[in-house]
Ligand binder design. Structure first.
Ligand code: KIV
Ligand code: ZN
Length: 389
């Protein structure tokens, strides 16, 4: 099924929580789930119901509280896991069971200790079992990107035959390269019979820092129409594909992707802060979209540019993703124009251009000694005492 809509599947509460030190309480998860619903995330993966009673209760509570997004639980390909997932999701408005089994030679042999034929059979039977309990079934081939494409085609074909509605091909260990991953997905979609009966999904880890690029290539080259991601890219090891980055890439470059994303981006910053505060994982200042410096301008040339026209150095609006405005950081690189603008914002009216020049000279002297100049510093610089001796 190839639609013009890109489905955003958030797994902050499941794969994100697998990040060491990021575990969340039931109430914290509920709060984040509500924020995800506010964001208009299409699918919220609430947890892994069979993994513990605590996780079961989280999935159940989220399934009961969330009305506008589909709520999903992960499950291994066995009857107990699938039954637990279905029970936890019983009260959801829209429920999805997400099955996964590893399909790479390494994982099958060393981790599962199963033959490929056993994995194929288990994929088929578990999808059939799950399909009797829910209509919306996602099937994930764990370590899919490192799997043999011929074998993967057979597994995916079986899952679709048994009624899987979404097929997810994870790059579980973040090994992919954008063009190669995109072509890998495209090739599978072209080879699997009835591939258009399912939505194809990408799920990329960030071990080489390419989770977002790989996901976007899976969409653009591969034709995937679901991206799995987390707020702030939270997740095991180097994390998952970052929701805010992938969403803003598709929105900002609509000319290139030509896809609709339902996300209400003005809630992105609040979501990022909530996840950061809940987990204690600090967002790096230069993080795209939600980092403290994402819309900050420090150099004089840039400041002059954005004061004249914001799109000189801003490809998206800070306000569109939840910031109150962009930020002109005054420091040693700042120009007279930015300084003058800040004086106006602070309600300071100097009598002549000469006074402005004098204040600006003192500002530059101070900026050589101090990396960031705050409003209080400027007010001190232009106080009567400073100006007139
Ligand atoms: O990374 C992965 O393969 C996963 C699956 C369980 C979807 O998280
Ligand atoms: Zn994952």
């Amino acid at each position: 099924m190839s639609t013009d809509k890109l489905i955003i599947f958030d797994t902050t509460l499941r794969d994100g929580e697998q990040s060491p030190g990021a575990s969340m309480t039931r109430d914290e998860k509920l709060r984040i789930a509500r924020q995800l619903e506010r964001l208009k995330v299409d699918v919220i993966e609430a947890g892994f119901a069979a993994s513990s009673n605590g996780d079961f209760e989280c999935v159940q509570a989220i399934a009961r509280a969330i009305k506008d997004s589909t709520v999903c639980s992960l499950a291994r390909t066995n009857d107990r896991d699938i039954t637990r997932a279905a029970e936890a999701l019983k009260d959801a408005g829209r429920a999805r069971i997400h099955l996964f089994i590893a399909t790479s030679p390494l994982h099958m042999e060393k981790k599962l200790r199963m033959t490929p034929e056993q994995v194929l059979e288990q994929s088929r039977l578990s999808t059939r079992f799950a399909r009797n309990l829910a209509e919306d079934i996602e099937f994930s081939a764990e370590d899919g990107y490192r799997s043999d494409p011929d074998f993967l085609c057979r597994v995916v074909e079986a899952a679709i035959e048994e009624g899987a509605t979404t097929i997810n091909i994870p790059d579980t260990v973040g090994y992919a390269i954008p063009e190669l991953y995109g072509s890998f997905i495209k090739n599978l979609r072209e080879r699997v019979p009835n591939s258009d009966k399912a939505v194809w999904s990408v799920h990329c880890h960030n071990d080489l820092g390419m989770a977002v690029a790989n996901s976007l290539a899976g969409v653009k080259i591969g034709g995937a129409r679901q991206v799995e991601c987390t707020i702030n890219g939270l997740g095991e090891r180097a994390g998952n594909c970052s929701l805010e980055e992938v969403v803003m890439a598709v929105k900002t470059r609509r000319d290139y992707f030509g896809l609709e994303v339902g996300i209400d981006a003005k809630h992105l910053l609040a979501a990022s802060r909530m996840v950061s505060q809940t987990t204690g994982f600090v967002v790096q200042p230069n993080k795209a979209v939600v980092g403290a410096n994402a819309f900050a301008h420090a150099s004089g040339i840039h400041q002059d540019g954005v004061l004249k026209a914001r799109d000189t150095y801003e490809i998206m609006r800070a306000e569109d993703v939840g910031w109150s405005t962009n930020k002109i950081v005054l420091g040693k690189l700042s120009g007279r124009n930015a300084f003058k603008q800040r004086l106006q914002e602070l309600g300071v009216e100097l009598e002549s251009e000469g006074e402005i020049n004098a204040a600006f000279a003192r500002f530059k002297e101070l900026a050589d000694r101090k990396s960031e100049i705050f409003d209080e510093d400027i007010l001190a610089l232009v106080s009567d005492e400073s100006m007139h001796g």
